[in-house]
Design a protein around this ligand. Structure first.
Ligand code: NOJ
Length: 543
């Protein structure tokens, strides 16, 4: 394997697919694997070389596949193992790889492993999950106690997420071995890598002590008690040795709460993964009625820190969206912002920062948040529990639904907008989740025809990235670091240098034009560029 081959994932664009919402091939209203296969040429046209599928394994779908019942089976809603093999082969024929999601912190309550574990205190899988006689005061990520009582076993089991997602006991070597076998099975099938779900939670503190309450009901957020517990990396180094070493697959861990200064322990030569999704630059917060609003400067600082931290060691996954987050054109900008320009501004960062871009389905056309006024319209469980929590805190319906509108995971999960025909060309049947009603204006087909659309902007910039080694390999140096509006940096490689200037604010901004002296404008999201000023949301690249 040459150095270049083994680093293929550093030089491509990854595209995240939420299978339920991407493309339905059989009219049941739910996207499926054949639907994905039918759109590979579209993805190729974006310059995508790697496709991350959120879980497609057998699952009761209480958390849309993040509650896996069997990692060796494909969910019949999505198709069959033959469909999966066909997708792998068709992707390969186009020079693309499929990346699977490993949900190794927990399983479904309906998995054979849990069904056995809960039968008694002494069955062969009795300690494959985490059982206690008494709960502590930890609150799960989807709200409520992190412990649920099993009548059958007469004990409580721990769940970081929903009560239907019991946490696996990583302390048990048999559990770890069973998980490594699963990953190796998928490597044998020819996948190109793994996105590893909720991985910071696999190690629990051994005393399971109560935490200092952070909510009026006396509970403490489980994340603050279990994320990144000492000893976690020993498990992960073992995973690396048993699964990854010597294989041409890459890994990107989902690591909420890991800070740039800790990255070196997680990625690169002494770490375990190739990349880590840390979330320090994303808008949000764990309790939606207490949202965290990052300013442009905060976002910039967070990204600059991660770029710095992965400069010499490891690699950075650049992303602004995923299936758990609101759409970026809403998250980072005001209601009034010109969404097309905003989308192009972010696409500019996505495709020119140092690292591997991860684009989420629909981001390339600037899909935006929904505007649903009833909680019954929302499918995903966190929206419902956050809404309830806000009501309980005394917020009105209007206020509570406002929090949900801003942060609901359903914002990102509405069906992909392919065209302006029935159900946006997503399905001939009734979609499992309502469409965003703006699909008649925002869709792939109309953007393909419009040379100025976000989609064509994405394609051109993706091509430019491919043709400029400096964008793929170049060093990264921040400029205008304390400017509150402009996100700016230089990429340099082999005597070549590119300067990227993006005004992330909705007001005009100015800068000292010397920073681009002697350079030529090669790319912009607006015509009529004037040195020294940037119109609202203007993005320029100089060479
Ligand atoms: C993170 C996933 O991205 C999210 O969708 C899921 O609900 C949780 N992990 C639990 O698996």
């Amino acid at each position: 394997m040459t150095q270049m081959d083994s680093d293929w994932w550093k030089h491509t664009v990854c595209y995240e697919i939420y299978p339920s919402s991407f493309k339905d091939s059989n009219g049941d209203g739910v996207g499926d694997i054949k639907g994905i296969t039918s759109r590979l040429d579209y993805l190729k046209s974006l310059g995508v070389g790697c496709i991350w599928l959120t879980p497609v394994y057998a699952s009761p779908m209480k958390d849309n596949g993040y509650d896996v019942s069997d990692f060796y089976q494909i969910n019949p809603l999505y198709g069959s193992m033959d469909d999966m093999d066909e997708l792998l082969a068709e992707a390969k024929a186009r020079g693309m790889k499929i990346v699977m999601d490993l949900v190794f912190n927990h399983m479904s309550e309906e998995s054979a492993w849990f069904l056995e574990s809960k039968k008694s205190k002494d069955n062969p899988k009795s300690d494959w999950f985490i059982w206690r006689d008494q709960p502590n005061n930890w609150r799960g990520i989807f709200g409520g106690s992190a412990w649920t009582y099993s009548e059958e076993r007469k004990q409580y089991y721990l769940h970081t997420f929903g009560s239907f997602q019991p946490d696996l006991n990583w302390e048990n070597p048999e559990v770890r071995k069973a998980l490594y076998d699963i990953a190796n099975f998928w490597i044998q099938k020819g996948v190109g890598g793994f996105r590893i779900d909720a991985i910071v939670y696999i190690k629990k503190p051994s005393d399971f002590a109560d935490g200092k309450p952070d909510a009026s009901d006396g509970t403490v957020f489980i994340h603050d008690m279990t994320a990144n517990t000492e000893g976690i990396l020993d498990f992960l180094h073992e995973f690396k040795k048993n699964v990854l070493d010597g294989k041409n697959v890459f890994t990107v861990g989902e690591a909420n709460g890991i800070h740039p200064e800790e990255l070196h322990r997680w990625v690169g030569k002494d770490g375990v993964f190739d990349m880590l999704f840390e979330f320090n630059h994303l808008q949000g917060g764990d309790i939606w009625y207490r949202p965290i609003r990052l300013s442009t400067l905060d976002v910039k600082k967070a990204i600059f820190q991660s770029q710095k931290a992965t400069e010499k060691n490891g690699w950075y996954p650049i992303f602004f969206e995923n299936h758990d987050k609101p759409r970026s054109v809403n998250a980072y900008f005001s209601e009034k912002a010109n969404k097309e320009l905003a989308s192009k501004a972010l696409i500019t960062l996505l495709l020119t920062l140092r690292g591997t871009p991860f684009v989420y389905e629909g981001e390339e056309i600037g899909m935006s948040n929904v505007n649903w006024n009833s909680i019954d319209d929302y499918n995903e469980l966190n929206s419902r529990s956050q809404y309830e929590m806000a009501l309980q805190e005394g917020f009105s319906h209007e206020q509570s639904i406002g929090f949900v509108k801003a942060l609901s995971r359903d914002n990102a999960r509405t069906p992909m907008q392919w065209n302006d025909s029935l159900n946006a060309g997503f399905s001939l049947g009734k979609p499992w989740l309502q469409l965003n009603e703006n699909f008649t204006q925002v869709n792939v087909a109309s953007q393909e025809k419009d040379p100025n659309s976000p989609l064509n902007y994405f394609k051109r910039l993706s091509q430019l990235r491919k043709n400029h080694a400096v964008l793929l390999n170049g060093d990264f140096a921040p400029i205008l670091e304390s400017d509150p509006q402009i996100f700016a940096y230089r990429r340099t490689w082999n005597g070549k240098s590119l300067t990227v200037l993006v005004n992330l604010s909705e007001m005009e901004a100015s800068y000292a034009s010397q920073i681009v002296e002697g350079q030529t404008l090669i790319f912009s999201n607006l015509d009529g560029v004037k040195l020294g000023t940037l119109r609202p949301l203007e993005a320029n690249i100089f060479e």
